[in-house]
Design a binder for this molecule. Structure first.
Ligand SMILES: N[C@@H](CCC(=O)N[C@@H](CS)C(=O)NCC(=O)O)C(=O)O
Length: 277
């Protein structure tokens, strides 16, 4: 991997890298924050998966996560949201909710998407193997995300409890098999067999397998996507029915934006730090 930028932040280092991804079959960029503690020893990492239209830079520049990450001795690993480049197919109408910037953290099975859109394998296997080999990171990981990335964090954490200690999400798409964003993405990436969609739906996964990792969700009640796309009550019901360890915090007046994320990122990082020990 090749470093493309480095700046100092709150005593730590904010880094950006580029590498050839075998899983995605294209060149990818990602960001990492290393706290000051990483100068002396390897540190655990919180992976943050961003939402529709984002790159790695939305979270690294807008969330204000570095101060608390440095205090807690946590690295932040911040991937892009889809494969990239001129060879990668995109939404034919240029819509923001499918294609580039909207990989939905799954492995596509349908042509032409299946050549590049394997974000599930990228986040679960390829990226951690790379950064843990090249940077002072332990194999202790937590996973977090926003909106489409909240869906990704829930699905990836729930399906891989041995790889993570805890899961958190801002405004996640909790039940993508039952909302317009999910229907559009899953029917294109995965085809018409709705049974194949369930492996990428947090509510379906909890209903089928229960929940073994602790979960914290923060959701703004003035979020314009709340009722049609996000459905936090579906996740809450699934957690309750599974008798799981999950908190869904509803916040009066907050919307879907990074102003909301910046307001509660400290709470989410402290939640992960407790479980990362
Ligand atoms: N109205 C937005 C819809 C997409 C959106 O709200 N994206 C969220 C994630 S689902 C986001 O984080 N946007 C980037 C940002 O606010 O920096 C647009 O068309 O760009």
């Amino acid at each position: 991997m090749k470093k493309i930028s480095e700046v100092r932040s709150f005593g730590g280092r904010q880094l950006r890298y580029e590498h050839d991804s075998k899983v995605l079959n294209c060149v990818m960029q990602f960001s990492v924050f290393l706290p000051q503690a990483a100068a002396k020893q390897s540190v655990p990492a919180v992976y943050f998966l961003s939402g529709l239209t984002c790159t790695d830079e939305n979270f690294s520049t807008k969330a204000g996560a570095q101060r608390v990450a440095n205090e807690l001795g946590l690295a932040l690993v911040i991937p892009d949201t889809s494969p990239r480049g001129d060879d990668v197919p995109d939404d034919p109408e240029g819509a923001y909710d499918f294609g580039k910037g909207a990989g939905f953290y799954l492995n596509a099975t349908q042509s032409p998407w299946s050549t590049h859109y394997h974000m599930y394998d990228y986040i679960v296997d390829e990226l951690p193997a790379l950064v843990e080999q090249e940077l002072p990171l332990t194999a202790q990981r937590a996973i977090a995300g926003h909106s489409m990335g909240g869906h990704g964090a829930l699905v990836i954490g729930l399906r891989n409890p041995e790889r993570y200690t805890s899961i958190s999400a801002f405004s996640p798409i909790t039940n993508p098999t039952d909302c317009p964003w999910g229907h559009k993405a899953f029917s294109n990436y995965l085809g018409d067999d709705k049974d194949s969609w369930k492996q990428y739906d947090a509510v379906e996964i909890i209903n089928a397998n229960g929940q073994s990792l602790p979960i914290r969700v923060d959701q703004g009640l003035a979020d314009g996507f709340l009722e049609e796309q996000l459905k936090p009550e579906a996740l809450k019901s699934a957690i309750t029915a599974a008798n799981g360890d999950g908190e869904v915090h509803l916040h009066e007046g907050y919307d879907h934006s990074y102003y909301f994320i910046a307001s509660f990122i400290e709470a989410q990082l402290r939640f992960h730090a407790k479980h990362l020990n």
